[in-house]
Ligand binder design. Structure first.
Ligand code: FAD
Length: 458
């Protein structure tokens, strides 16, 4: 027998239930990835992620070849390409992981219908993009289908015993009839960020092993330290499924200690957001909890938005974050919070505009985590203190006390000594003029007054 394994957001061989099941059930397996023009049309196929995806596919193909197989890549609608490949190879079953986003769920449904006519069985395995599948835990007796607050979710989630991660298959036998395109290379992609990481399961596992072998005990204290850069940077590998979140959770739990626990908590945030969006797919674009109607948009805040995007707001830690994003396609979580807060609460610009810019550049850009974190910051989402406003000067001094992060990303301020690097407007006028660094775009107090007024009105 022949089985097709459809890879989607799970571009790895370790801990891959659909592949594991197919290799056991069938004599030959067709590992298939379909480039979906719908993802391109929806604007999610941006250069940074396209390059990272190309690395992931090339790596997956190589890893399969080491096991006697190869990856078949096709371009087209999933509900057309998968049945076509199944027919060409005489496959009687298709294995894939459950879809999570609304778009992927609709695609899965269309595929199910398309496979029904030729009598090909579709096996949908538990979602492997999260450690715990969305909907696996729900608030007891509340009548709702998902948790809207992180802490109680984390408590329940922590009590679950998870299955052991699955090993990669030793051999994968692919039928000769399966034809596809060569996985393109990252170097074929233009306009990527210069500091983009290398994609793929091999690079992800190497990064993970390096990070893990470091002193994980510091993660708890240092994951907010901007200059220390002490976080794992595993997010793009998790986004493309080059690493298994379940495997990371299991390994961290086995490791133990406060650093490992803090890391597991961060991984739980991914699952938390996934279960929110699975239950409320509209939260990708619509205010989740509290609706606000008075945001400023492109029409009335075009210049402020452009200044924010360019990292020229005159607030050093905000500008440093925005420039890191452009250079690396990645930003530290603390500056994601600060830059998003500055846009939504100080400039009072619609969170969707900021989220779109992040999605254009982030290599880990992910509808689930991006949109729901933006909503959290904007106060429309799951934050239980929706009116908190982060002061970029206070936060800069706290999380970048020596100013090293700011000087790294804002070269105009490289020679400013001490903590004034977070408040260059306090330097003498002549020194300031020589820096070539902008004056603050807005007075923080004015921003706060507008925010309070707008929220009072909403
Ligand atoms: P680590 O600190 O090493 O954490 C380990 C893993 O936990 C991360 O790789 C990530 O998968 C997960 N994680 C950590 N924090 C969060 C969080 N708040 N929400 C969800 N998962 C989390 N993360 C994305 O993966 N994609 C996005 O598009 C994205 N957009 C964001 C937008 C905003 C406005 C904010 C405030 C946060 C966003 N995040 C997003 C969450 C977080 O900033 C990144 O996951 C994290 O910075 C990635 O770095 P790391 O891998 O070194 O994290």
């Amino acid at each position: 027998t022949v089985a097709v394994v459809l890879f989607t957001a799970d571009l790895r061989l370790h801990d891959h239930p659909p592949l594991h099941a197919a290799v056991r059930a069938a004599d030959e397996v067709v590992p298939l990835f379909v480039r979906d023009p719908g993802v391109h049309a929806a604007g999610f196929d941006v250069p940074n992620r396209r390059a990272f995806l190309a690395d992931c596919l090339t790596d997956l193909d190589e890893r399969l070849r080491h096991r006697g197989g190869r990856l078949v890549v096709r371009t087209g609608a999933v509900d057309r390409e998968v049945p076509a490949v199944a027919a060409e190879c005489g496959a009687t079953e298709v294995h894939m992981a459950a879809a999570v986003t609304g778009y992927a769920q609709r695609r899965e449904q269309r595929l199910r219908e398309a496979l029904a006519a030729p009598g090909v069985t579709l096996h949908v395995h538990d979602a492997v993009t999260t450690a715990v599948a969305p909907g696996a835990v729900t608030p007891a007796g509340s009548g709702t289908d998902h948790y809207a607050v992180f802490t109680p979710y984390f408590r329940r989630w922590s009590q679950l015993s998870l299955r052991e991660p699955l090993p990669p298959p030793r051999t994968v036998r692919v039928p000769d009839a399966s034809r596809g395109e060569a996985p393109s290379s990252a170097t074929d992609v233009d306009a990527t960020s210069p500091g983009l990481p290398e994609g793929g399961e091999t690079a992800g596992r190497a990064l993970y092993a390096r990070w893990w072998s470091g002193d994980l005990s510091g993660y708890e204290d240092q994951h907010n330290d901007l200059a220390g850069d002490a976080t794992s940077r595993l997010s793009p590998y998790l986004h493309f499924g080059a690493l298994s979140p379940l495997e990371l959770v299991q390994r961290a739990r086995a490791h133990g200690g406060p650093g490992a626990e803090a890391f597991v908590r961060q991984l739980c945030w991914r699952d938390f957001h996934h279960q929110v969006l699975a239950a409320r797919p509209d939260a990708a674009t619509v205010d989740y909890r509290t609706r606000h109607d008075h945001w400023r948009g492109e029409d009335d805040a075009a210049e402020d938005i452009a200044t924010w995007r360019d990292g020229r707001t005159g607030y050093p830690v905000v500008d440093a974050g925005m420039r890191q994003l452009r250079h690396e396609g990645w930003m530290h979580n603390r500056t994601r919070l600060l830059t998003a807060c500055f846009l939504t609460k100080t400039l009072y610009v619609d969170w969707r505009i900021g989220a779109r810019h992040f999605l254009d550049l982030l290599v880990d850009g992910d509808v689930v985590n991006n949109q729901l974190n933006w909503q959290w910051v904007a106060g429309t989402g799951t934050d239980t203190r929706p009116h908190r406003v982060l002061n970029p000067v206070v936060q800069g001094k706290r999380f970048d006390p020596r100013g090293t992060y700011v000087r790294r990303w804002v070269p105009e301020l490289a020679d400013v000594e001490g903590r004034l690097v977070h408040e260059p407007w306090r330097l003498p006028g002549e020194t300031r003029a020589g820096l070539g660094y902008p004056e603050p775009l807005i007075d923080l107090a004015d921003g706060l007054t507008r925010f309070k007024r707008a929220r009072g009105r909403d």
